[in-house]
Design a protein around this ligand. Sequence first.
Ligand SMILES: [Zn+2]
Length: 323
Amino acid sequence: MTDLSAALQNTPRPQNASALKNTPTPQNASALQNTPVPHSARALQNTPALQSVLTPQTTADTPPLQRQAPLRKFWFDDVPPRDSIAAERRYRQERLAVAFRLFARYGFDQGLAGHITARDPEWPDHFWVNPFGKHFSRIRVSDLLLVNAQGEIVIGEGPVNQAAFAIHAAIHEARPDVIAAAHTHSLYGKAWSTLGRTLDPLTQDSCAFYQDHTLFDDFRGVVLDTDEGARIAAALGERKAVILKNHGILTAGPSVEAAAWWYIALDNACHAQLLAEAAGTPQTIPHDVAALTHEQVGRAGGALFAFQSLLEGLVEAEPDVLT
Ligand SMILES: [Zn+2]
């Protein structure tokens, strides 16, 4: 027997619940105040702020708490539509720049790899993208490049990542409903991609991707031409995500917010399944429940608001992102 387990066995313990009930307890707050406390705790009790919590005072100046008319509200207010091309463009640019800053915070910034694109609202075969070599944590709206269907930069100085054009141009062309697409070499997505499998419905969160992502099993080195981009787009089909075997993960959505949030969520789902399989044999969610949960947690509206909750804190901490 170890010293620790011997010590534990010798610790006096209550025999049962009734013994616990017989333990003397302070009868009221004044009894509590009389309980001997360590010096530091007594010092805390003497601070005005804590005193006011310990002995709340109701005075004539304290307004009574008024309840509002009962309200049922289980969803968010809709984001109002932008009323001009310029406003829509600015909206997408701001969220795109914020998405890069968020990706840096999540650690999705391995080397020079990674790109998020947003379709331009005026020229739908053009998209906004990050300049090659600029760290995600430093990207501002004014750094974004506008690239045309030939891969030429028409606004901004560049350079542009050739793989970003090869992959994203094909996806934007194949999927008119896709406003934004995101791809980096984030650690857990990349690690999961080596297994050559799609994710199982293991958790409520991972059900966002249930029957809504696929595997691209044709790695041929760095993607440099749009033919390979087109094959990735074909594999993606109408889904929201694709796992690029031996490479990483990619998401696409009807808004910058959706594509970016789904990327964060997909990397998290890869992480969760890697942990679960390393620890044991995970139990999957049955098909009917997984399909229902996908409808509940996999919608673009939910992704938009998940992203919005991250955007507010980031812009407050790093306001230069919008410059
Ligand atoms: Zn890549």
